[in-house]
Design a protein around this ligand. Sequence first.
Ligand SMILES: [Zn+2]
Ligand SMILES: [Zn+2]
Length: 443
Amino acid sequence: MTLSELIKLDFQNCSCGRVHKSCLDDVIIKRNAIACLPEVLCKYNAKKVFIISDKNTYKAAGEQVCKYLAESKTDFTSYVIPSHAPKPDENSVGSVIMHYDTSCDVIVAVGSGVINDLGKILACVADKPYMIVATAPSVDGYASSTSSMDRDGLKISLNSKCPNVIIGDLDILKNAPLKMLKAGLGDMLSKYTAICEWRIGNTVTGEYYCEYVASLVRYAANECIKNAKGLLSRDEAAVKAVFEGLVISGLAMNFAGISRPASGVEHYFSHLWDMRSLEFNAPSELHGLQCASGFLSATRVYEKLKHLTPNQSKALAYTASFNVEKWNSALRDNWGRGADTMISVGEKELRYNLDAHKKRLDSILTCWDSIITVINEELLPLEEAEALFKELDMPDCASELCRDREFLKLVFKATKDIRSKYILSTLLWDLGELDNESLLSSL
Ligand SMILES: [Zn+2]
Ligand SMILES: [Zn+2]
C-alpha cells in the first residue's frame, strides 16, 4: 500500500476497537513535487495564497514556490520571517499572525519543524486550508495536529491543525543539511523504543494498544534502517524512506489518538534537555539527534535489563522508602519552572502511590517472560544499533549533553516524571532498580 492509499483509508473495523481515520487529504512525495502545488491549490479553489518561510527555507524552497505560483498566475503574499532559525515561541506566532494577509484563503508553509508548527497554528486560528512544503526530513511532526511550542518558557504541545496536504519534494529534501537528515533518522530510531514501551505498557497496565498501528510504524522504521547508509551520500531512496517514515509516524499517532506509536523514553531525554535549555540556556541539539542519543542509551539499559531477575521484596522496600519530597526538590533544582508541571501532573496521577505500585509489580512479576519477549522482538539488537551510529557518525550520546555521566543518570531518572506514559524508567522504578549502578552505568 502506498502512503497516498494509506491516508485515504477509512479503517472502521480495526480489532483494537478504534476508528483509524487520517486527517490528511494528500501526501505527494517525489522528484519535483513542488511543481504540483498550483494544481493542488486549484482543488482548494485558492484565490490568494499566504506563504510563510524563514530566511533559510525561503532560499531552499520558498523562492521556487513563489516562482511556480507566479507562473500559474496564482495570487499570493509571501512573508519571510526575518530569521535563519525562528524560535517556536510567542514572538514568532505573533510575527506570523501580524503579517497575515486576511485576503488570503489558503496557507502554505515552507520549512520543517518550527515553520510547520507556526503554519499549523496560523491555519488553525485563520481557519483556512493548510499545506506544508517540506524542506528537511528532520522531524515527525509533519502529519500531526499539534504544534510543539515554548509558551511562558515551557515546552508544550499546542492543539493546532493537521495539514491538508504535505509536499515532499525529493530534490529539495535530499539537499537539506546532513545534520538534519541524520536527525530525521534519529527520530525514526525512536520508534523501536516507542513501540517496545507501548507493548510493555499494555502488558503491565492493560493500556490501549493497536497492533495494526504498531505494524505501520515498525515497517516504516525498518525501511529507514535498510536504507540508512545512503543518507551520507544523500541517496534518494534513503531520504525518501526517512521522510515517508516521519509522515507515517505522524499518521500513526493520529490513528491511535495518542503519541505512543512514535515516542517513548528517548523523547523524554530530548524534552528534558530542551527544558534545561529554555530555563537555564543549557546546551541542546536538534530534536532528532537528542532522540537518537536517548534511543541508544535506552537500548543499552534494556540489553542489561534482559539479564535481571525481578525481586519482589527489593521492589517493595525500594518504593516504600522512596522519598518523593527529596526527588521533587532535585527536579526543581535541575529543571526550574518545568519541574512544577512535572510534579503537579505526578501528584494528580498518584505517580508514587504504593497501592498502584503493588498492582503493577504483581503484573510485572506474572508477565516478566512476556516483557523480555517484547524487548527481544521490538528493539534493534544493541550491536546493530551501535554499528549504525558509528557508520553514520551519529552523535552516540549527543556529545556535550552526555559528557557529565552523573547528570545523564539524573536525566534518565527524570524521564518517568514527564508524563504518565509507562516507559523504561517507570519499569525500573517499579522493580526497585532505578538506582542500580550496573544498569545506569550502561546509559
Ligand atoms: Zn487499531
Ligand atoms: Zn520526535
